[in-house]
Design a protein. Structure first.
Lengths: 497, 118
């Protein structure tokens, strides 16, 4: 036994002390193991959260990538459509040049006769021919190089006193020549003077020429707010009232009224032009430009669709119920689109008219036909009206399938219908608002689709308004404030993901 | 750390001291992991954060998750180190007890076995 006092510092450890310490250590060891397990659980949770975050992050990136691809597809499609439009404009100009050249070739003999008569001092014999050519010009059959040469020669002869023309003949020829050389409106004053004069033979033609002049110079994009269109209608009516026997005044009146939304009156004007064509078919087929006749058919067909869309066809003709009106409209539009092909406008020209057949299918609620037809048109060029019809058809099919209806054709299920509708909506969202011609589009579709149109044009309209503000200098860089093509705030309920 | 001699007590004391330091670090890293995880969850719920956290996150809550991951991994490493030190301490204590009981041969066996297991 030691003499030393046992203190905690000096006392030697016994086995028992160590045993107690080992026990404490074991308890602490258990605690650290539990802690470790807890930490491992937290680590697993963090790993799971990281995996989830990465998954959503990658899915978002994948979605954005898909949307970029769709964006690019839409823009490429619209770019190719723009290019096709430009090509078509050039084609139309070439066709007009070709038509003028064909007309001049057909009148080549006339040039020689005019030159011979002028040399012989015998131009009086050709004066009536010149007046007739000028009247044709006023009624819509434009002068060509040969008939213009005739008119110019007669004017020269009359100016030198070599021949005399009755009444306002000379002024009329001069006004018509002016109208041919510069169709922007300089001829309006001399023509108005003749229209206000007493020469009852030329008076209706002066009115007709004025009607054509104002119609040509009216702003095609905004005929509703354009007084020129009203003046064209007024002069055309006067020409008809004075007994002019021509298709032109009715045709221009119909075009103006159609754009102004006066559908019933427009239909009557087009129908009168069509009746004139049917009554003078031989003459018209030989002399009238094919485009005139095509526009008459197009006008009759389109106004009939607008009337049928509101079930108003019987207001213009008691024999026309909605079904008959649609059948008739289809016939006229098919004739018009065939004429475009015959004229050399190609498939693009054809679908410019044929796209309106989609509205017939909408009114008939024949959705598979509407889908097939719009698919054909869209394969040639993306057109706003055609795509609107396509969206409506796909959305109707989707809704019908959702309500338990049968698929209208094999391979068309809800997913496909939704995809078609949403792809179409995306393309429409990237289109220019001007292409929609909103007012006429609303007239051609049944009233129940008004909200659908609102949704489809929301984005193009917002872009248009922003551009307008920018043009007016009230906003800078409006494009940067615009939503992207796929901005969901502009999407229909069907297509919001 | 001094080499293991017959002065078991100072060796055990040194192990205890180290253990304490490691435990403080373990608690700190665990707390850091918990806070980072909490920030991540709050960010997911679009809860407004104090300015300095916003700056630290640089607009991406994923950074908080990365921080939590780092902290918890460091904590696991520290916990494993504590585990080994405690094991070492218990072995040393048992060896000390055997020496006190004059079971030196057994003590040597335990130490050798510990050495071999390491």
């Amino acid at each position: 036994m030691s003499d030393q006092v046992d203190t905690p510092q000096t006392r030697q450890k016994t086995v028992n002390d160590i045993w107690l310490e080992v026990q404490r250590e074991q308890t602490a060891f258990n605690r650290i193991i539990r802690w470790l397990v807890g930490l491992l659980i937290i680590a697993a949770l963090i790993a799971a959260a990281a995996a989830a975050v990465s998954y959503f992050e990658f899915r978002g990136m994948q979605d954005a990538h898909q949307k970029s691809i769709q964006d690019a597809r839409v823009l490429a499609k619209l770019d190719s459509g723009e290019a096709a439009r430009e090509r078509q404009n050039m084609t139309l100009e070439l066709i007009e040049i070709r038509e003028a050249s064909v007309a001049a070739r057909e009148n080549a003999q006339l040039v020689r006769s005019v030159d011979r008569a002028a040399a012989d001092g015998d131009a009086q014999a050709l004066a009536q021919l010149a007046i007739a050519a000028a009247k044709d010009h006023a009624a819509g059959i434009r002068l060509n190089t040969a008939t213009a040469h005739l008119v110019a020669t007669i004017i020269d002869e009359a100016d030198t006193g070599a021949l005399e023309l009755e009444g306002d003949g000379l002024s009329f020829l001069k006004a018509i020549e002016m109208d041919w050389t510069s169709p922007t409106g300089e001829a309006a004053d001399p023509l108005r003077a003749i229209a206000d004069g007493d020469d009852m033979d030329l008076k209706p033609y002066a009115h007709s020429a004025l009607a054509r002049l104002y119609y040509t110079n009216a702003n095609n994009n905004n005929l509703q707010g354009d007084s020129k269109c009203d003046q064209s209608i007024s002069h055309g009516d006067t020409a008809v009232a004075l007994g002019i026997d021509a298709i032109g005044p009715s045709l221009w009146k119909g075009e103006c009224l159609r754009k102004q939304g006066r559908t019933q009156e427009a239909y009557r004007a087009f129908a009168r032009a069509h009746d004139w064509y049917e009554n003078n078919r031989t003459y018209a087929d030989e002399t009238l430009p094919m485009d005139h006749i095509r526009r008459v058919h197009h006008g009759v067909g389109t106004t009939l669709i607008a009337l049928a869309a509101r079930d108003e066809a019987q207001t213009v003709d008691s024999a026309l119920d909605t079904v008959t009106a649609l059948d008739l409209a289809e016939q006229h539009l098919r004739i018009a689109s065939d004429m475009r092909v015959q004229r050399g406008e190609g498939r693009l020209g054809e679908v410019y008219t044929a796209e309106n057949l989609g509205f017939v299918a909408v009114k008939r609620e024949d959705w598979p036909v509407a889908l097939d037809h719009t698919s054909y048109v869209d394969s040639i060029v993306p057109l706003a009206w055609n795509l609107t019809v396509r969206y409506i058809a796909a959305a109707e099919i989707y809704q019908s399938l959702a309500d338990g209806g049968e698929a209208p054709s094999a391979g068309l299920n809800r997913t496909t219908a939704r995809r078609i509708a949403c792809d179409t909506e995306r393309t429409l969202a990237a289109m220019r608002y001007e292409y929609f011609d909103e007012d006429e589009l609303r007239r051609l579709l049944p009233a129940k689709y008004a909200e659908t149109i609102d949704t489809l044009i929301a984005k193009p309209k917002a872009a248009f308004d922003a551009r307008q503000l920018e043009l007016e200098g009230r906003a800078m860089h409006a494009d940067s404030a615009l939503p992207t093509v796929l901005d969901e705030s502009f999407m229909s309920e069907l297509c919001r993901s | 750390m001094p080499p293991l001699t017959e002065d078991f007590e100072s060796y055990v004391l040194e192990l205890t001291k180290r253990n304490r330091r490691l435990l403080v670090m373990l608690m700190a890293t665990t707390a850091a992991a918990a806070v980072a995880l909490l920030i991540f969850l709050l960010a997911q719920l679009n809860v407004d954060m104090p300015y300095f956290i916003d700056v630290a996150l640089r607009g991406d809550s994923y950074h908080a998750l990365n921080a939590a991951n780092l902290a918890v991994n460091v904590a696991v490493g520290i916990a494993m180190r504590v585990w080994y030190l405690r094991e070492d301490k218990m072995t040393t204590l048992l060896t000390h007890a055997m020496v006190l009981d004059n079971e030196k041969e057994a003590a040597i066996r335990v130490l050798l076995s510990k050495k071999i297991n390491k």
